[in-house]
Design a protein around this ligand. Structure first.
Ligand code: HEC
Ligand code: HEC
Ligand code: HEC
Ligand code: HEC
Length: 197
């Protein structure tokens, strides 16, 4: 920001520009240390007191929706879709946070795990290592009823999963975290849904 001040420190004019601090901008050593300290403190809090020590409250799962069961439970019947998902960035979204030492930051976890701070979702890496990453149920919703019904009888249509809409993507692919998001482009990249099982 450029400010022009009068001798008695009144603002005469101001112009400002936005700069994105991408990888081409070197780290500021002083600020880098502050952030490192902040990350270590979050990690210490999480180790000792779990998500609650980070200021989150564990919520009950909404009534009438079933429970999260995890992508591993889908594999037995949807092997091809599972294999495609496993190779996708969604299946590695938590590692991305670990690499950046942001895996204890509630503001980042939200979109990089399943059901942050829901009792059947991610409750911390120690308690629920199987709820990391963007999984099937991040888009499809809780699937316990579907799994139960289809295990009982694969030909039945009970336990039908609701359709996924583009709003299901934009809760995470919002204009801050996914500037280039375009539903049809991104959907094609996933190579999913056009094939059965
Ligand atoms: C016991 C087998 C079985 C398991 C386990 C299973 N499914 Fe399915 N699923 C089916 C069958 C059978 C269909 C209907 C035929 C098809 O599309 O392949 C189906 C269809 C679907 C559909 C399309 C909509 C619908 O309800 O017909 C979605 C979405 C889906 N499954 C998601 C999942 C997810 C997510 C999981 C894991 C949490 C999962 N399924 C686990 C058997 C299963
Ligand atoms: C729960 C949050 C969440 C939802 C819902 C979600 N995504 Fe993502 N998506 C992510 C995250 C986080 C990443 C980045 C993962 C990484 O690289 O660590 C990502 C990455 C992707 C990528 C890879 C981008 C690339 O550059 O290769 C595609 C494609 C994508 N998402 C498509 C979709 C589509 C289409 C939907 C909806 C049908 C969707 N996503 C729903 C969180 C989500
Ligand atoms: C509102 C949901 C949301 C939140 C909150 C969020 N992310 Fe993401 N993140 C995404 C999505 C969606 C993508 C994929 C963007 C794309 O490819 O278009 C992504 C991608 C990334 C990537 C790029 C992965 C790659 O392949 O290069 C990094 C790094 C990342 N996020 C780190 C973070 C960190 C650190 C935080 C916390 C400061 C955070 N995210 C918070 C949704 C989110
Ligand atoms: C990024 C979001 C996203 C993720 C993650 C995701 N799906 Fe889907 N899935 C969709 C969308 C969108 C569709 C197509 C629209 C619909 O059927 O609702 C779909 C369609 C399906 C279908 C129906 C396919 C057909 O041919 O009719 C099945 C079955 C399915 N998904 C299972 C899974 C399983 C199993 C996983 C995890 C291994 C998974 N999905 C992960 C978004 C997702």
């Amino acid at each position: 920001m450029d400010l022009q001040l009068s001798p008695d420190a009144k603002c005469l004019s101001a112009t400002s520009h936005m700069y994105v601090l991408d990888n081409d901008v070197p780290e500021d050593p002083g600020m880098f240390d502050v952030i490192q300290q902040y990350n270590s403190e979050l990690s210490r809090l999480n180790r000792h007191g779990g998500l609650e020590a980070l200021g989150l409250q564990i919520r009950p799962a909404p009534a009438g929706t079933g429970r999260f069961v995890g992508s591993e439970s889908c594999r037995e019947c949807h092997q091809i879709i599972y294999d495609n998902w496993k190779k996708s960035k969604h299946a590695n979204a938590f590692a991305t946070l670990v690499r950046r030492q942001r895996d204890n930051n509630p503001g980042c976890l939200e979109c990089h795990v399943v059901g942050l701070a829901s009792e059947d979702g991610f409750n911390g890496i120690a308690a629920t290592p199987e709820r990391v990453n963007v999984q099937c149920e991040s888009c499809h919703g809780r699937a316990s009823r579907h799994v139960q019904a289809r295990r009982a009888d694969k030909s039945k249509t009970t336990g039908q999963m609701p359709p996924v809409q583009s709003q299901s993507c934009t809760v995470c692919h919002d204009c801050i975290h996914s500037v280039k998001f375009d539903y049809s482009d991104y959907w094609k990249k996933l190579n999913h849904g056009q094939i059965s099982r």
